[in-house]
Write a protein that binds this ligand. Structure first.
Ligand code: ADP
Length: 171
């Protein structure tokens, strides 16, 4: 049975089958989680991302979708790249944030990944308020997680504030 868990820490250090990257649509790296994953995972990840840009995703990965690559030197086996929506106060983009979680889990399932770690997608540079993002993420995972396909879905929160927001959302 799949259990949803929370840890405070660094997603690049998680010993899980797949970690999810809060990527940007270029797939060519950025700051935050994305920067840390490419920095520690080594050049193999970027090579596969470049190949994806040269083939299936010539215009970049659309927001709300997910695509896997190797995890390079990281302890995980795969990185699942997904593009979160930029927060907009005047437009409800929560469907896209849900979609990131749903699509990432669909990819994980296809890969046969039984343990999956998510960061708090869109809550950094993309500006989504933590409490709201946490509620959306937790609900999306609860709805999408296939209890037969996964052993654990772990949210990895970088700081105490993010951890508290996800703890509240899980209650
Ligand atoms: P986005 O562009 O989707 O907002 P960011 O990478 O800027 O993505 O931030 C997403 C969240 O990930 C933020 O809450 C940030 O604090 C957190 N974060 C940054 N680095 C790491 C890391 N190494 N492991 C886990 N979470 C991280």
């Amino acid at each position: 049975m799949a259990v949803i868990t929370l840890v405070q820490g660094d997603i690049t250090e998680q010993h899980v089958d797949a970690i999810v990257n809060a990527a940007n649509s270029s797939l060519l790296g950025g700051g935050g989680v994305d920067g840390a994953i490419h920095r520690k995972g080594g050049k193999k990840i970027l090579e596969e991302c470049r190949a994806l840009r040269a083939s299936r995703y010539g215009k970049g990965l659309p927001t709300g979708l997910a695509v896997p690559t190797t995890a390079g030197l990281l302890p995980a086996r795969w990185v699942i790249h997904t593009v979160g929506p930029v927060y907009a106060a005047d437009e409800d983009r929560s469907g896209l944030l849900e979609s990131c979680h749903r699509e990432s889990l669909a990819v994980a399932r296809e890969l046969g990944a039984r343990t999956v770690a998510f960061p708090a997608i869109s809550t950094g540079v993309y500006g989504w308020p933590l409490d709201s993002a946490a509620r959306i993420a937790v609900r999306a995972v609860q709805q999408a997680v296939d209890k037969a396909a996964f052993d654990e879905v772990r949210f990895v929160l970088f700081d105490e504030r993010a951890y508290a927001a996800f703890e509240d959302a899980l209650r």
